[in-house]
Design a binder for this molecule. Structure first.
Ligand code: CTP
Length: 417
């Protein structure tokens, strides 16, 4: 296990002079200490002596911009296993109970999710005051550990409760609290919710050859499918992109297979199975010439009369109806020019897919440059539970939002392909 660390916040009371001894005692318990001084504490103990005994930089002031840039208050508490406030003055206790955050000490205390322990030290009258007792009750209710204070002679000449506990006792209590605390998680990794998931994405148009120089195609640019492949990969998925001809570069960290025809696309997709999710963003040509001529068709011949079209296999429907390797989530796209939601909803049922991303590809979609080929998109996401219209946004943003929804889906469906 890595070294356990204490962030020691030293409040401005006479007992602050015991801080170097406390650091020594914490060290004796095998705990490394980083010290943070309130402005008032500097009157009682020198940062230099704390730096030499802790072997670390001493943090003093929230408004020290250099420190904030190098080591923000969030990082200070994130790097610790326990935050120990000693001495905890009446003022610091009141701030903690109220959740105030106006200096480095109180900000670090409010910004932490680590165990916190305080060793109060103050005049007996202050200790007994209803306000202090109310604040302490609040801290107890918040799960903060309280050690001491002890009874004895005080610096102010009075006798009673209010002396800070001995450094050795505080160090023992700190060790005990740390041993019970969960291990520190550092550094924080960006969430990769799709790690271990395999996802297939199709994109772009298909080209269906008529003869060696001509083909049937459509206006798909591939941008939405490529953006999706990248967004899914960024969430940790192992992404395989099967794409028709496009002018785009292969996305980074994505296995890309380039094909031309619908039948090649189907074959490449089947070769990727099994996958957890299949996202079919390609604009697959519905038909292909029944026969692709080996030689260029001459204008003198009967021309288009000879051009017979046959239907292409439906890749989406094929994967969604796969007998043994149906992906757990199958997402189709629906490019519509009118009655978008009703056509898309019918398509979802007919093609047996789980979700349909429907978009308006008509000239009057209101999207600059049109959806096909443009950089923006406006979609409706149709699932078994209904249809959700999304704002107009960039294709990248649609991809990021859709990838997040796919991650949410898998968060509730544990098995992998
Ligand atoms: N699709 C497919 N294979 C095909 C045709 C379409 O995988 N041969 C997929 C597309 O990738 C998309 C979805 O099916 O995810 C819907 O495509 P679309 O062209 O809108 O639907 P069609 O089935 O062609 O219906 P229609 O043209 O009648 O609207």
């Amino acid at each position: 296990m890595s070294e356990r660390r204490v962030l020691l916040i030293i409040g401005g009371g006479i007992a602050a002079y015991k801080a170097p001894e406390l650091v020594r005692q914490l060290k004796a318990q095998g705990l490394a200490t980083r010290c943070l001084l309130t402005a008032a504490a500097e009157q009682f103990v020198s940062p230099l002596s704390l730096a030499s005994v802790s072997g670390d930089k001493v943090y003093e002031n929230l408004f020290d911009l250099t420190d904030e840039a190098e080591m923000g208050h969030i990082q200070l508490s994130r790097d610790a296993d326990l935050i120990l406030v000693a001495p905890a003055t009446a003022d610091l206790i009141a701030k903690m109970a109220q959740g105030l955050a106006n200096d480095l000490a109180s900000t670090s205390l409010l910004a932490t999710d680590k165990p916190v322990m305080i060793a109060p030290a103050m005049n007996v009258r202050m200790w007994e005051h209803a306000a202090t007792q109310r604040n302490l009750a609040q801290l107890s209710a918040d799960g903060i550990g309280i050690i001491g204070p002890d009874e004895g002679d005080m610096a102010c000449g009075e006798f009673g409760l209010g002396r800070m506990s001995e450094p050795s006792e505080i160090a023992l209590a700190a060790k005990k609290a740390i041993d019970q605390a969960p291990p520190r998680q550092t550094p924080l990794q960006p969430a990769k919710p799709l790690s271990g998931r395999k996802v297939l994405v199709t994109a772009g148009p298909t080209y269906e050859p008529i003869d060696p120089v001509r083909y049937i195609a459509n206006r798909s640019s591939g941008k939405q499918g490529y953006a999706l492949a990248s967004a899914l990969s960024a969430l940790g998925a192992e992404v395989h992109l099967v794409t028709g001809p496009t002018a785009l570069n292969d996305p980074e960290n994505v296995t890309t297979t380039r094909v031309e025809t619908a039948r090649q696309m189907l074959e490449a997709c089947q070769a990727c199975l099994p996958v957890d999710a299949a996202i079919m963003a390609a604009a697959v040509a519905d038909w292909r010439p029944a026969q692709s001529q080996d030689a260029k068709i001459k204008k003198t011949k009967s021309g288009l009369d000879d051009l017979k079209l046959v239907e292409n296999p439906d890749i989406l429907a094929t994967l969604a109806a796969h007998a043994t390797q149906r992906p757990s989530l199958v997402v189709g796209f629906a490019a519509e020019t009118n009655d978008i939601e009703s056509y898309a909803s019918e398509k979802r049922v007919r093609k047996k897919c789980d979700w349909i991303v429907a978009n308006d590809v008509s000239a009057n979609s209101g999207i600059a440059g049109g959806v096909m080929g443009g950089d923006e998109n406006q979609i409706h996401l149709l699932t078994a539970s209904g249809s959700e219209p999304w704002e107009v946004m960039s294709k990248t943003d649609v991809a990021v939002k859709l990838a997040a929804q796919i991650a949410t889906y898998f968060a509730t469906h544990e098995e992998t392909a």
